[in-house]
Design a protein around this ligand. Structure first.
Ligand SMILES: NC(=O)c1ccc[n+]([C@@H]2O[C@H](COP(=O)([O-])OP(=O)(O)OC[C@H]3O[C@@H](n4cnc5c(N)ncnc54)[C@H](O)[C@@H]3O)[C@@H](O)[C@H]2O)c1
Length: 359
């Protein structure tokens, strides 16, 4: 698989790049599959792959993905509306050379309320994706794993050797998915790379449904002129990684000879929630800190830099600016307040009380 040219800045530039690539190649390029391609990260990866001249197929059941995320690429992507945990994926994957497996249920609170659904999609679904990849004889599978597997780490920045301590079913099921993907790789000789993503943000992240990622919560509050609901004292830090950098990491993983490897994908820094608030500007209200959440997430990215030659290039300040440029995307998103958050996270406090946290 060819990495192709780097990110086009606009849709026009992207389409031009695509036309040039197709002309230059003059033959059918590799057929790559993106499960979860209608989702936030998946749709950015689709853009990057189209820009590199690949034939792209998406497998998505639109559980949380949106048609609008791919609207600009209509006609350039083959869309398979399918449930990775239920539908027969083997015929769909015929001819696939690379599979990027991003389909999954990714909200934390619903995973505590409905763990069976999370196992079905994130674990069974991954096993079924691997079976279909095996049947297709693909050259590479890249799995979207989560830094949540580290739970509350002892060491920062946290490297890939750190203890795995999932604190809630989302983290557990993503980790079991990683083990499954790597196991299929080991037993059936499929080159598999697992990318442990740290706090990905950018346009098209989920705006509806469950209470979730801080950026979406804050941007909806900003548009509504409501205070930002800061958890705890806001001094906790997160390794916010911009989505186009993450898409680039997927491509680097797919085009490298690495197999059976796990890589952290992080920004190279860690940023306080208070810093984010200062960049966004506006009033603040505080909500209770949740058990099982780390005070810091911070990826040690030396391995991915060394082996894949990948490094994030969008700074936090630039990324926040890009979010503000796209703030209208959050116009219809739910506007959370302290009471709403308390109701939405009740199951979290019931089940993840400190004394019960896994260590
Ligand atoms: N966003 C982050 O910060 C982050 C961090 C670590 C890992 N990840 C992982 O990256 C992947 C993509 O996350 P995202 O933030 O883009 O989330 P997202 O919800 O926007 O994307 C997930 C996609 O998977 C699809 N999907 C869900 N269940 C499916 C099923 N049974 N069959 C087919 N498709 C299904 C959804 O419709 C959606 O399009 C997920 O696997 C997530 O666990 C995300």
């Amino acid at each position: 698989m060819d990495a192709g040219p780097s990110h086009p800045e606009t849709l026009g530039a992207f389409m031009e790049e695509l036309r040039i690539m197709v002309k230059l190649i003059g033959q059918a390029p590799a057929k790559v599959f993106v499960t979860g391609g209608a989702g936030f990260i998946g749709s950015h990866l689709v853009d990057r792959l189209l820009g590199a001249g690949h034939r792209v197929a998406v497998v998505d059941n639109f559980a949380t993905g949106r048609e609008s995320n791919l609207a600009h690429a209509a006609g350039h992507v083959t869309l398979h509306r399918a449930d990775i945990a239920a539908d027969d994926l083997v015929p769909l994957f015929a001819g696939a050379t690379t599979v990027f497996h991003l389909a999954g249920l990714a909200d934390i609170v619903p995973s505590i309320e409905r763990p069976v659904e999370y196992f079905r999609t994130n674990v069974d679904g991954t096993m079924r994706v691997m079976e279909a990849a095996r049947a297709a004889g693909v050259a590479k599978v890249v799995y979207a794993a989560s830094s949540s597997c580290y739970g509350i780490p002892d060491v920062f920045p946290t490297d890939e050797q750190a203890a795995v301590r999932p604190q809630y079913p989302y983290a557990l099921t993503k980790y079991l998915g990683e083990l499954t993907a790597l196991h299929w790789g080991q037993v059936y000789g499929i080159p598999v790379v697992s990318l442990r993503l740290f706090n990905v943000y950018g346009p098209r992240s989920r705006t509806t449904g469950a209470y979730g990622a801080v950026f979406g919560v804050f941007l909806a509050q900003k548009l509504a002129g409501k205070p930002y609901t800061v958890v705890g004292d806001g001094k906790q830090t997160r390794d916010f990684t911009y989505v186009t950098d993450v898409a680039e990491a997927f491509l680097a993983a797919a085009t490298s000879p690495a197999a059976g490897e796990i890589f952290n994908v992080g920004s190279g820094g860690t940023y306080a929630i208070n810093e984010l608030v200062a960049l966004l500007g506006g009033d603040v209200t505080y909500v209770a800190k949740r058990p099982g959440e780390p005070d810091c997430t911070f990826a040690d990215v030396r391995k991915i830099e060394r082996v894949l030659g990948w490094r994030a290039c969008v700074s936090f300040r630039t990324g926040v600016g890009l979010m503000l440029d796209n703030v209208e995307l959050w116009r219809d998103a739910p506007v959370w307040d302290r009471e709403g958050i308390e109701r939405a996270t009740a199951a979290w406090f019931t089940h993840l009380g400190k004394e019960r946290a896994v260590s």
